[in-house]
Design a protein around this ligand. Structure first.
Ligand SMILES: O=C(O)CCC(=O)C(=O)O
Length: 289
């Protein structure tokens, strides 16, 4: 496991602002390896006509001119993505920022294709996959150089300390974006656009207001994203994406979970995780030792 990295991480800045911007953080050989695997998936996407469980494609996607929005769950699709997120520098960075063992949640590769790749409207992440605390964070890695034209990630510093917005539309359907009436209350002059050369990394807290504009350049903007929480934070099943996060979801990295969860101000010393080996009965627990 290569969990260490020479760059100093300012955890107090992350806690104050809700994000970190680390230009050029990932170097070769990781970068070239990840770039070449991503390119293989773009090639494979030429064989699909419409979105499926692996690829989310834009209208107009074709074998001749791929237009990818997203590769879903890259960690489950290729060992290089898995090593990067579960053992490599992304895992190490999550452990450093969260200050102890972490629990991997999910991953995705957002391409935001050239010439109009779609915007991601202002939102917070925690509503999509609530946890038992607010430790979850997402680490993004730009696989190519990203400038202001390409729809880099935009973040509103400090907004993770503020309100958690209702991401349902006025008609009650799920919109996944902060409503215009709430956006009017935010000072978007403070937004920071996190661009940078290939290898640059973003880290954002699950409560931070963030989004990105459409890509008006002639180059795609591949951003590899992986989400982690503290090991003692658990996704709440039955809400949002928590039930569909992939086979490796729940992997604990850099130590062990204590099985103790704090909810509603009370601490629950939870039982061990029996999800893989099967649960004993209460008779077995109490009498078999
Ligand atoms: O791809 C982006 O620019 C932002 C991605 C994002 O905010 C998300 O997937 O939650």
């Amino acid at each position: 496991m290569t969990l260490t990295h020479s760059t100093e991480i300012d955890v107090s800045t992350y806690e104050r602002d809700g994000y970190l911007h680390l230009p050029g953080y990932i170097t070769n050989p990781w970068l070239t390896e990840l770039q070449s695997i991503a390119a293989e998936f773009v090639e494979e996407s030429r064989t699909v006509a419409k979105s499926n469980s692996r690829f989310d494609v834009e209208d107009g996607h074709s074998a001749g001119t791929p237009r990818l929005r997203r590769l879903n769950s890259p960690v489950d699709l290729h060992e290089t993505f898995a090593r990067f997120a579960l053992e490599g520098p992304a895992a190490g960075l999550a452990v450093q920022v969260l200050g102890g063992p972490v629990r991997y949640h999910h991953s995705k590769l957002n391409f935001k294709w050239a010439d109009g790749g779609e915007a991601v409207e202002w939102h917070q992440d925690i509503q999509f996959w609530p946890h038992t605390d607010f430790s979850p964070l997402t680490i993004g890695l730009y696989l190519d150089d990203v400038d202001a034209e390409m729809g880099p990630m935009g973040v509103l510093p400090g907004s993770h300390h503020g309100q958690l917005y209702n991401l349902y539309r006025e008609d009650g359907s799920w919109g996944g974006a902060i409503k215009e009436s709430d956006i009017e209350t935010l000072d978007l002059n403070d937004v920071r656009w996190l661009d940078g050369p290939a290898g640059s990394v973003t880290v954002h807290n699950c409560c931070l207001v963030h989004g990105s504009m459409a890509n008006s350049s002639a180059r795609p903007r591949p951003l590899l994203l992986q989400t982690y929480s503290s090991a003692d934070s658990y996704p709440i099943l039955g809400i949002g994406a928590n039930g569909v996060t992939g086979k490796r979801s729940g992997a604990v990295i850099g130590g062990q979970a204590k099985q103790t969860v704090r909810i509603g101000g009370r601490s629950i010393p939870g039982a061990p995780d029996w999800s893989r080996k099967g649960a004993p009965t209460i008779f077995g627990s109490q009498h078999d030792g």
